[in-house]
Write a protein that binds this ligand. Structure first.
Ligand SMILES: Cc1ncc(COP(=O)(O)O)c(C=O)c1O
Length: 375
């Protein structure tokens, strides 16, 4: 049987990882400034993560959501105070798209409406509702366009105000910092106005923190830089350091209804145990502070470098975009094949830097040195 060939692949086979490094099947070491697409938060194969994996798997990796699962409660109790949403409710699923799917459904159940406002450069996933609020026709099948969506550019508060005034909007969905779209940071003023106009009109504000959350921006959630509190927050990626796991944080204004949401695998025992260990490591190793500090250091290093064809440097914490006025392809290939550094990308011209939150000053220096050589 052949694999369904939907991924253009690098000619590299990653065999194992440790901390901020991965190693291919020939033993070549790579500096991981991609984190497997912003997924690796506490570093590859962290000893505490491995210990939890072994202990929990030896005890119980899965049982259904039909029975009590104290690990879900433990995770919720741990997460609440760390992320600043102790009064919110937690619903657990398996992937980022599923988190947004459930967030959009909740907003629609709550308001009884079905129109959604989303943003031009955003990416919210590939399941039906999530892809419908992602403005990329190439990944939308005809069956996905099932409810009305209006797309705006970041900052267009007047357009949004006018659209909401018509009364049909259930939700606004927005990323804390847009990732796949190329690291675009909304202004604090815009985010505060968006919070105000949605609150005043009974429209649910959904913050997609799947890529920008879990400490990556230097705060637990990127939207905390703007001083707002959304109604629903979606999280995935770094939540369990690579074990497929995701969550939705739901404001107390939503009342849970038996059977309204559900999942087979979501919130399974192994995932919950790993997610608890990830939070412990994030706290004990001060990884959010580290993301802020190392991100600042990287930004300063990049600013002081002569980068030919640089259009703009954008970012917060360990979510940095380097936009060129030409395609990044050659630089990215040289970084990977000559300098042995993994980076992410957005579109054709933006290199995305998304390292694990545990990178050190030494690894930042190594990145800057190798990046300069690859230019
Ligand atoms: C902001 C954002 N939302 C949603 C998703 C979808 O997550 P998943 O691929 O886990 O479904 C992604 C994935 O890159 C993302 O970056």
């Amino acid at each position: 049987m052949k694999l369904f060939d939907v991924y253009p692949l690098f000619d590299v086979t990653i065999d194992h990882g440790k901390g901020c490094y991965v190693y291919d099947d020939k033993g070549q070491e790579y500096l991981d400034f991609y984190g497997g697409h912003a997924v690796i938060s506490i570093g590859h194969c962290h000893p505490r993560y491995l210990q939890t994996m072994q202990e929990q798997a030896a005890k119980l990796s899965f049982y259904s959501n039909a029975v009590k699962n104290p690990l879900q409660v433990k995770l919720a109790e741990k997460l609440g105070p760390i992320c600043g949403y102790d009064d919110y409710q937690l619903f657990l699923i398996n992937s980022g798209a599923e988190a947004n799917e459930n967030a959009l459904k909740l907003a629609s159940f709550y308001t009884g409406k079905k129109k959604v406002i989303a943003f031009g450069h955003a990416f919210h996933g590939r399941t039906s509702a999530a892809v419908n609020v992602t403005q990329n026709p190439k990944i939308q099948a005809p069956i996905n366009t099932t409810f009305p969506v209006e797309f705006f550019e970041l900052g267009d508060i007047e357009g949004i105000r006018a659209s909401i005034a018509k009364g049909a909007v259930a939700a606004v969905i927005i990323e804390g910092i847009s990732g796949v779209g190329g690291i675009h940071i909304p202004t604090t003023e815009f985010m505060q106005q968006l919070r105000q106009v949605t609150a005043e009109n009974g429209v649910v504000l959904i913050l997609d923190e799947i890529q920008s959350g879990y400490g990556r921006s230097g705060k637990f959630f990127a939207h905390q830089h703007y001083g707002i509190r959304p109604d629903i927050i979606t999280m995935a990626k770094g939540i369990a350091n690579g074990y497929p796991f995701a969550g939705v944080l739901i404001s107390p204004m939503f009342t849970p209804v038996y059977g309204q949401l559900g999942t087979t695998f979501g919130g399974n025992h192994l995932g919950c145990a790993l997610a608890c260990t990830v939070l412990d490591v994030i706290q004990d190793e001060h990884l959010i502070e580290n993301a802020a500090q190392q991100g600042e250091y990287l930004m300063q290093g990049l600013k002081s470098m002569n980068i030919p064809g640089l259009k703009e440097l954008r970012g917060r914490g360990l979510m940095i975009g380097i936009e060129f006025d030409h395609p990044y392809k050659e630089v990215r290939n040289r970084l990977l094949y000559d300098q042995h550094v993994f980076t992410g990308a957005a579109g054709t011209n933006v290199l995305r830097i998304l390292p694990p939150l545990c990178i050190t000053r030494k690894e930042c220096d190594l990145f800057l040195e190798r990046f300069e050589k690859a230019l």
